[in-house]
Design a protein around this ligand. Structure first.
Ligand code: DX5
Ligand code: ZN
Length: 226
């Protein structure tokens, strides 16, 4: 095995299982795991915060049985606080909550931290990056949506790289390191720009699971580390 350089070590690729073939989930997850996925992204949607319903804690339990890689849960639900204790009990490492939820994300982020998990704040494309300022002490990750949340396979929104750069500047004021994660429309064409702007954790659904998973992961990595 060749040693990765420092910059490559700071890159995290998180396949989004929303794009996996659910009839062969174990096969797809194990293929991505073996090909070097760093963590798995699990999109929970409740049909209220976003129109779609995806899956819930039962899927998280299945994923915990399928992989030892960190589980990165993205809550697209109106009541994130209701899920925190169950996710912690299932062994989830990281949970991200939208800034736009009714009542705000503060209580859920505090509970995530109190339960010993890492917290993430998610911003929809139209939410100002400055919104994150109030939550920096509670989070280890700032997830910038680079599509409208709710479904996979959409194109990367123009303006996303400028938002990443603005978030990067804001995070200089954080009391501890906060990683910028991007989610939506990531491909080998869009990833280099997101990386250059400051994203270090990258979610990819269709670009990982449509077609040859090992090859797709290699192509994504090569787009930033030729
Ligand atoms: C969208 C989800 C994403 C989705 C990304 O609401 O949060 O995680 O799976 O899918 P792609 O990579 O296909 O845009
Ligand atoms: Zn997501």
């Amino acid at each position: 095995m060749t040693a990765r350089n420092c910059s490559e070590a700071s890159f995290e690729l998180c396949p989004s299982i929303l794009a996996a073939d659910f009839s062969c989930l174990a096969r797809d997850v194990q293929a991505a795991d073996a090909a070097g996925a760093d963590a798995f992204h699990i999109d929970i949607m409740d049909g209220h915060f976003v129109p779609a319903i995806s899956f819930g804690p039962g899927m998280v339990r299945t994923m915990r049985a399928l992989t030892r890689k960190p589980l990165d849960v993205h809550l697209m639900v109106d009541r994130p606080l209701d899920l925190v204790a169950e996710l912690a009990a299932l062994g989830v490492e990281r949970v991200s909550v939208h800034a736009e939820v009714p009542g705000g994300p503060g209580a859920a982020l505090a509970a995530i931290r109190a339960a010993g998990m890492q917290g993430g704040l998610v911003l929809n494309p139209e939410t100002p990056v400055e919104t994150a300022g109030a939550y920096l002490p509670l989070i280890s990750q700032l997830l910038l949506m680079t599509v409208q949340p709710g479904r996979g396979g959409q194109p990367y929104l123009p303006g996303s790289n400028a938002r990443i750069a603005a978030a990067q500047a804001l995070l200089q004021t954080a009391p501890h390191p906060v990683t910028i994660q991007v989610d939506g429309g990531i491909t080998a064409r869009t990833l280099p720009g997101a990386w250059a702007a400051g994203a270090r954790s990258v979610v990819a659904g269709s670009a990982v699971f449509d077609g040859d998973i090992a090859r797709n992961i290699a192509v994504l990595r090569r787009s930033v580390f030729p």
